[in-house]
Design a protein around this ligand. Structure first.
Ligand code: CA
Length: 672
């Protein structure tokens, strides 16, 4: 076999020292490792490069518009491609042709297909044609000065998960009507709820203190008709064009440039607010199986199939892509790097990462490190163990492989379910409702380092995300049998505070669904992926009803940022000692002994899930005696301000967290 003979152009990534792994598909022998796939624009010419080893003939078809229905739509020309010695099809298109739309017409021995280029960087309405784009011209003003937001270690990140439309669809967002539900909503400032004084949207996020937003898919997905510009809604886990932003979030989905510029404006606005952007990427399946652009470009190559020829469907979405096939692996690496470089994306969340193979994730980590510095781009995903038609013995990128994927993290379903009951049982209860799952809570507090995580920085701790019930809904179901979604129940607010304390005081990357901190409800809708925007949207009116809860989250965030010792996987916490304390049962409680610069310090955390107060003699905890303690978190408040001084007896109120810091360390850390 002649393999890797033609990898002249991208030796950096694909050289002998970083092998891509063994070819597993017969077409892998013809793999192309250049970095010029797609339409590469220059003022004097555009060069098309396309990989399709079994094609007999390929033509670039050029159009004035992205669809035939638009005014001025016409066919321009067919441009023949020729097959090069490198096994790719290439065509040069002389002249300045930016903003022309294109497809590939491919003849195979048994059929002719027309397709969008899987490497298209711009597209027309509904992503039905690629577009030749002058990427420089899409940059918003000031883009050259826009910088990535990197944190020193991933556990410094505090992630808020939001959907572009959920963020501002509600009039209560205070966003101008034409920007509601769009990328541009993120660029508005001084937005207020109604007559209120509480800021909304990006200004609100700045106050909340989260370091990153994770944004639900905003590559081009297929389930929303962009031409309709109506109120249709989808989460967007149905990828159509991976390297093109979704059009329905732009103010003009017909002009391929607009969505790119506006998407960059969204990212720029978040960066200006000091907030990093983690992109939710769904490389594990495509919107369509048969007939997808991948299936048209190289039939039978990019997906997994069972022995009988049927499509593998571990994703539950009718198809599984094949990351172990070299050209899909390369596609994933190229795509991640493209978004990180062109759009200044700061991190990636891999949907159903457990369907990818571990080698691909390691190569993505390596490629990001080479370009941006070690572990600067945050990478984590859903590391569930999943069935898929991958060759036996392939190491899959699930939780079981996390230790062999340094710098790649996974969501912690253990703490998620332990906090408030399993996602598989609506009425199931967890720690905050009834004190159940205490041992599992401890495992999460230690960042699962005693379990599947190699380091706490590989563990994403959370109580709620877009999937399954919103936290408040789960509490309404398990505590109230599913009545009163839109009402405020103080007891449930207390449980939410306790949940937030667990997530934000644990080692790992804390993560929460946008609006968890204002008791966001989806009215019991467990899987709202295609429910109405009204069900999904954040109701900013809740900033008024739940001001106390928002302040509590804000305070915990402020505290976490100051107390490195609690976060895990950093210099201070690597030298700190975490001890669980048994004397405060049935509370889960622990002490952390640390050294921060020259200050030796001690923190005591107690989490009381009971309906009654627990009194604890601090002498029974193993903490140093004759110490004065400053409480910074209790049932009512959280933050860095001293709430009270305690010397011997601590009161841990019902359904609440208590955090104490010794006075000396408190003064050293919080006064500087
Ligand atoms: Ca779309």
């Amino acid at each position: 076999m002649v393999i890797f003979m033609n990898n002249a152009t991208n030796a950096k990534l694909w050289d002998a020292e970083t092998p891509l792994g063994k070819p597993v598909h017969k077409l892998d022998e013809f793999a192309y490792f250049g970095n010029d796939l797609g339409a590469v624009y220059a003022e004097d010419k555009t060069v098309f490069t396309f990989w399709s080893p079994e094609a007999l003939n390929v033509t670039v078809r050029l159009f004035t518009k992205g669809s035939d229905k638009e005014e001025g739509a016409k066919f321009i020309a067919d441009l023949p491609m020729s097959k090069t010695f490198e096994n790719v099809w290439r065509a040069e298109y002389a002249g300045d042709h930016k903003n022309e739309y294109y497809t590939y017409v491919i003849d195979f021995k048994d059929k002719r297909v027309e397709t969008v280029d899987i490497y298209a960087k711009a597209a027309g309405v509904n992503g039905e044609r690629g577009m030749i784009v002058d990427l420089k011209s899409t940059d918003p003003e000031g883009w050259n000065d826009d910088k990535h937001i990197f944190v020193e270690t991933p556990t410094d990140a505090i992630v808020w998960e939001v959907h572009v439309k959920d963020f501002s669809h509600s009039p209560s967002s205070g966003i101008t009507a034409e920007h509601r539900g769009k990328y541009l909503a993120f660029t508005e400032h001084s937005t207020l709820y109604g007559e209120g004084i509480v800021p909304t949207c990006v200004d609100y996020l700045k106050n909340l203190g989260v370091t990153h937003v994770q944004i639900t898919p905003f590559y081009d997905f297929g389930s929303v008709n962009e031409a309709a510009q109506d109120d249709s809604y989808n989460w967007g886990y149905d990828p159509k064009n991976y390297n093109v932003p979704e059009g329905s979030y732009s103010t003009n989905p017909f002009d391929g440039n607009v969505r790119i510029t506006e998407c960059k404006q969204m990212i720029q606005a978040l960066h200006d607010a000091g907030i990093g952007v983690i992109m939710d990427v769904v490389y594990n399946h495509t919107y369509q199986a048969q007939g997808s652009f991948f299936d048209r470009c190289v039939p039978g190559y990019y997906y997994r199939y069972h022995k009988d020829g049927s499509w593998s469907n571990g994703s539950g979405c009718s198809n599984d892509t094949a990351s172990e096939h070299l050209m899909y692996r390369k596609f994933m690496i190229d795509s991640v790097l493209y978004w990180a470089k062109e759009y200044h994306i700061d991190g990636f969340r891999f949907d159903l990462m457990g369907l990818h193979d571990a080698q691909t994730m390691r190569l993505i980590r390596k490629a990001c490190d080479e370009e941006f510095g070690k572990d600067n781009i945050i990478l984590y995903g859903e590391g569930w163990h999943m069935g898929t038609a991958c060759a036996n013995g392939t190491e899959m990128a699930n939780q079981g492989a996390i230790r062999s994927m340094p710098g790649v993290g996974a969501f912690n379903d253990n703490i998620r379910d332990a906090i408030k009951g399993s996602v598989f049982g609506a009425y199931d209860k967890g720690f905050v409702q009834c004190g159940a799952c205490a041992e599992r809570i401890k495992s999460g507090i230690a960042g699962e380092t005693g379990s599947w995580a190699g380091k706490a920085s590989q563990c994403v701790n959370y109580a709620s995300c877009h999937d399954n019930y919103a936290l408040y809904d789960k509490l309404i179901l398990s505590e109230r049998g599913g009545t009163g979604y839109a009402e405020r129940f103080d007891s449930l607010v207390s449980m939410t505070k306790l949940s937030a304390a667990i997530v934000l005081l644990s080692q790992g990357i804390p993560f929460f669904l946008a609006g968890e901190e204002l008791c966001r409800t989806k009215f019991g809708d467990e899987n709202s992926y295609c429910s109405s925007a009204e069900v999904n949207q954040i109701d900013w009116e809740n900033t008024g009803h739940y001001a106390d809860l928002i302040l509590y989250y804000q305070g915990l965030i402020r505290l976490r940022k100051k107390l490195s010792a609690l976060r895990g996987a950093n210099k201070i916490s690597d030298n700190a000692k975490l001890n669980f304390v048994n004397s405060a049962m049935p509370c889960v409680s622990y002490t952390v002994d640390f050294k921060d610069n020259d200050t030796e310090g001690h923190v005591f955390v107690a989490l009381n899930p009971c309906d009654y107060d627990v009194r604890l003699n601090l002498a029974d905890t193993g903490l140093p005696k004759d110490t004065k303690w400053i409480a910074v978190v209790n049932k009512h408040s959280a933050g860095t301000a001293p709430l009270m001084a305690i010397s011997e007896l601590a009161l841990i109120e019902s359904k609440s967290a208590l955090v104490l810091i010794d006075e000396k360390a408190y003064k050293a850390i919080f006064k500087r």
